[in-house]
Design a protein around this ligand. Structure first.
Ligand SMILES: Cc1cc2nc3c(=O)[nH]c(=O)nc-3n(C[C@H](O)[C@H](O)[C@H](O)COP(=O)(O)OP(=O)(O)OC[C@H]3O[C@@H](n4cnc5c(N)ncnc54)[C@H](O)[C@@H]3O)c2cc1C
Length: 518
């Protein structure tokens, strides 16, 4: 993935079949689907791939047990199928994960046990493993830090786990492998319309060079997540709002608070939501909340009551109870929920199912959805694009398309496993004997990873490297701050940048890290 090469392609291409606005899960899924069907495809991302919600998820590839409680059977069926396809097509990126639901009364285990048997049955052949009811000793053995007072037993069930922004980069590479052209740090600032008011292209602005381009296309897809209304308002200033953002907060703690390779799932917290404690690298993620907010923003802030809610609810299930001072990082995402017709519904009741809206101008907007179903979202968006753009019809190929780096036998103990078959190239990138040594004892980040991110993954700045190509910022903001100078030195040498650039990058990044602390 080379930014300058791709900029020259937007200058030399007269007409694209499909332009996709937004480089999150939905846009990347659409780009792969479109390019693999043979359409000339361009994807434009305003900041970095997965800068929006798609780097801020709970990192579960799941059917969504809790949607069964809401009676959303079709969503669960679809998500379970997509979970299976992701495990098949990206085995180096999706890991099986077992979840323990601890129970403190006599009825919980049989109650959740029955629900999870239905979940297993719905997954059918794509199931990961059968859910089982556990006794007290078995539950304690699986989760050593579980609260033992009053513990009666538990239930274990299975879903998948992934690293969301690493998945996004692999999807971007897959789309490029299929001849799509992708660009980050370019914003769609306007839509071009023909005399009949249908959309015929977009106006772009490169935020690095400040250059502007007019680019023509048969179809334009709006895959901007919580920012979808902005593009719809450019299309039609009288358009009504279609997205209800809902904020979800995660806090990250040291792994001792779970001390297990299994996750904890709490099906019913004090506000009726589900809470997860999920082991991730050497840490544990606790989350999430569901707070209705009125504004979409790139760096949403966690509310104090959301942090309190997570810490106090998680503490009820742990022997060593976390305090706010134990928090290593906080990250916040906005769910792009499609506004419900029923205005009385709370955000947690709004379906997570995606919708495809076609405006009279031909603009195709993707509303809502889940990371897990990104492939189906892409398929549905491109099916609509074929009709709107009068493109030669062709069926989706993505159910059987391996994701870049596909490795059928990954070693999940190796922190580089997310790169799949590229691992050897990364390890041999330079002759520096320290190139594969981690720069930190707590977090894993090597010189070779940083260079690879710049050379092959379109990383442009310090945030790209520390937040999304590696996950340092999301895991431990305090340790990440200690790495800034070392990482910037490697980046500046590779990019031939001077002291002024280093100092600017440091200042920008240090103002960002404030959002990841409480
Ligand atoms: C707290 C939380 C936890 C979640 N956990 C899970 C989970 O565990 N599993 C799961 O399956 N799903 C989960 N989800 C849902 C999932 O993360 C989202 O549905 C998904 O990431 C949305 O992707 P998207 O591409 O639609 O939006 P985004 O990822 O936000 O992408 C939109 C992109 O559009 C870009 N953009 C905006 N305007 C422009 C413009 N004018 N020009 C160019 N680009 C533009 C933005 O920069 C952004 O990168 C979670 C969501 C939240 C909030």
């Amino acid at each position: 993935m080379n930014r300058l090469d791709n900029i020259s392609k937007i200058k030399s291409t007269k007409l694209w079949d499909i332009i996709i606005i937004g480089g999150g899960a939905s846009g990347l899924g659409s780009a792969i689907d479109s390019a693999s069907r043979g359409y000339k495809t361009l994807l434009i991302e305003k900041y970095d791939f997965a800068k929006g919600t798609s780097s801020r998820s709970t990192k579960l590839v799941h059917g969504g047990v809790r949607y069964l409680q809401n009676g959303d059977v079709s969503l669960v069926t679809e998500a379970l199928k997509e979970r299976g396809l992701l495990r098949k097509n990206a085995p180096h990126l999706v890991q099986d994960l077992s979840f323990v639901i601890p129970s403190y009364d006599w009825w919980s285990s049989p109650f959740y046990g029955i629900g999870l048997k239905i979940y297993d049955m719905m997954a059918g052949k794509l199931g990961i493993g059968p859910s089982t009811i556990l006794n007290k000793n078995e539950t304690e053995a699986l989760i050593p830090n579980v609260e033992k007072k009053g513990l009666k037993g538990g239930v274990i069930y299975y879903d998948g786990q992934f690293d969301d922004s690493r998945m996004a980069i692999s999807l971007a590479q897959t789309a490029e492998d299929q001849n799509a052209v992708l660009l980050n740090y370019i914003e769609v600032i306007d839509l071009i319309k023909s005399s009949d008011e249908t959309i015929s292209g977009v106006v772009l602005k490169d935020s690095i060079s400040q250059e502007k381009y007019q680019v023509k296309s048969k179809v334009v897809i709006n895959a901007t997540g919580v920012f979808s209304d902005t593009i719809m308002l450019i299309d039609d200033p009288k358009a009504s709002r279609m997205i209800q953002p809902s904020q979800g907060v995660h806090v990250v703690l040291e792994k001792k608070f779970i001390n297990s390779k299994h996750a904890i799932m709490v099906p019913h917290t004090s506000d009726g939501r589900v809470l997860f404690a999920v082991p991730w690298q050497n840490y544990v993620i606790l989350g999430t909340t569901d707070t209705q907010v009125n504004r979409a923003e790139y760096e949403p802030k966690a509310l104090e009551e959301e942090i309190d809610f997570i810490i106090s609810n998680a503490g009820k299930y742990m022997t060593i109870k976390p305090n706010k001072s134990d928090i290593k990082s906080v990250f916040v995402g906005l769910r792009p929920l499609a506004i419900s017709d029923n205005k009385n519904k709370s955000t947690k009741e709004i379906s997570r199912h995606h919708k495809i809206k076609i405006s009279t101008s031909g603009l195709i907007s993707i509303l809502g959805g889940k990371w897990t179903t990104y492939r189906k979202i892409g398929e549905d968006a491109i099916n609509s694009a074929i009709i709107v753009g009068g493109l030669n019809s062709c069926k989706t190929l993505t159910e059987n398309l391996p994701i870049h780096g596909y490795d059928s036998n990954p070693n999940f103990e190796d922190p580089l496993h997310v790169y799949g078959t590229n691992i050897d190239q990364i390890k041999k990138l330079t002759k520096d004997p320290k190139g594969n040594e981690s720069l930190s004892k707590k977090l894993f980040i090597t010189k070779h990873q940083i260079l690879w991110a710049i050379q092959k993954e379109m990383a442009v700045n310090l945030e790209d490297v520390l937040a999304r190509r590696t996950r340092c910022l999301f895991l431990d903001v305090f340790e990440t701050e200690k790495l800034i100078d070392k990482v910037l030195k490697i980046m500046a040498d590779a990019l031939k940048q001077n002291k002024k650039w280093i100092s600017e990058q440091k200042t920008i990044f240090l103002s960002l890290t404030k959002n990841y602390k409480i």
